[in-house]
Design a protein around this ligand. Sequence first.
Ligand SMILES: Cc1cc2nc3c(=O)[nH]c(=O)nc-3n(C[C@H](O)[C@H](O)[C@H](O)COP(=O)(O)OP(=O)(O)OC[C@H]3O[C@@H](n4cnc5c(N)ncnc54)[C@H](O)[C@@H]3O)c2cc1C
Length: 390
Amino acid sequence: MTFHSEHKMDFSLNSDQLAIQEAAREFALGEVEPIVDEIDEAQRFPREVMMKAGELGFLGVIFPEELGGAGLGYVEYVLVITELSKVDPSVGISVAAHNSLCSNHIYKFGDEEQRRRWLGPLARGEKIGAWSLTEPGAGSDAAGTRTRARKVDGGWILDGAKTFTTHGSVGDICVVFAVSDPDGRRHHNISAFVLEKGMEGFRPGKKENKLGIRASDTAEVVMENCFVPDDHLLGEAGEGFIQALQILDGGRISIAALGLGTAIGAYETARAYACERQQFGRRIADFQAISFALAEMATRIAASEILTLNAALVMDRGDPVTRLAAEAKLHTGETAVFCSERGVQIHGGYGLIKDYRAEKYYRDAKICTIGEGTSEIQRMVIARSLLKGR
Ligand SMILES: Cc1cc2nc3c(=O)[nH]c(=O)nc-3n(C[C@H](O)[C@H](O)[C@H](O)COP(=O)(O)OP(=O)(O)OC[C@H]3O[C@@H](n4cnc5c(N)ncnc54)[C@H](O)[C@@H]3O)c2cc1C
């Protein structure tokens, strides 16, 4: 048995893993496929799909059952994100940001009471999670955060604005990073807080109108004189940025799965078209140029699968995964962009037409080389690791 049924690889999935992969595939085809074009065109966040995903355990895959999760690991998580992203990368990234950014931050760094309060509703899909690190002036250089948290009696006052938050306008629970010690050491002066929809002084800002993954909500979030009680601080004050780096290791594996699903979706769509479309009296798949493009896509997908699954396996073993996660995200993100571009080419003029899915994969794929650290930042992470001590 293999990770992606078409390839004969050494990775074996057990029967539980195959069952969750099948469940995610059925869910994607049954619940997501019929609305893909509508939610893309309207930029509509499909909350009803997220609620159903919650009922099936897809919004709490990696959390213990006693906290409302499915009690599974990163391998299962990667399988779910891949299957969803094959059908709609918008839904893939929403489920990924909800699980491995917001919920996982609360799970990893929250105390027992914080986990009990917030994780259950998130894992069941009753609440949508967001994670706000990026600011207009602090993207790749996230330590350049300017949002401030000032200590007051019983809590903190937050002031500032975040940009590009997935679920920024539809989210119910948002992990927000703010400088809590302006004179503190770089990387040890930022804290992470849980903010809830409806808190005074906390509101969504502009919702972005995007090239791709249009059904995934992306918006600013704004804090204006926002009082946040002490029991909303996650872990130690000043450790938020270090926490974020650890969270991004897991997040990058999920973006690798997003890229993998996007690449497979683009490839399968292009292969089906190439086998149907006739020119010069034969199907275009029989032209070497087209079949070689498909071969190149399939090979890059195979490498992406191995990198992604390997990173997930190592994560589940509890071993260091920073470099593996960066490698998986880098290769898979670039593969998604490559395959979706080839997919459009194989469709010829129809590749630009919205009656076909090729153009949507092309638009959706680009986030994979940008979100949770650009390809350049992944290369920096990998290079730092391979040159360490040399
Ligand atoms: C749809 C979408 C959803 C997102 N969701 C979230 C979210 O939920 N939460 C969140 O916190 N953020 C989110 N982001 C933000 C995302 O993580 C950032 O956009 C990304 O990290 C890049 O930051 P930036 O956009 O400021 O680009 P910049 O950092 O300004 O980068 C611009 C260019 O310069 C390059 N560059 C920067 N520094 C270096 C360097 N040292 N060496 C070489 N090249 C460099 C970059 O690779 C890039 O090509 C989202 C973004 C998008 C578009």
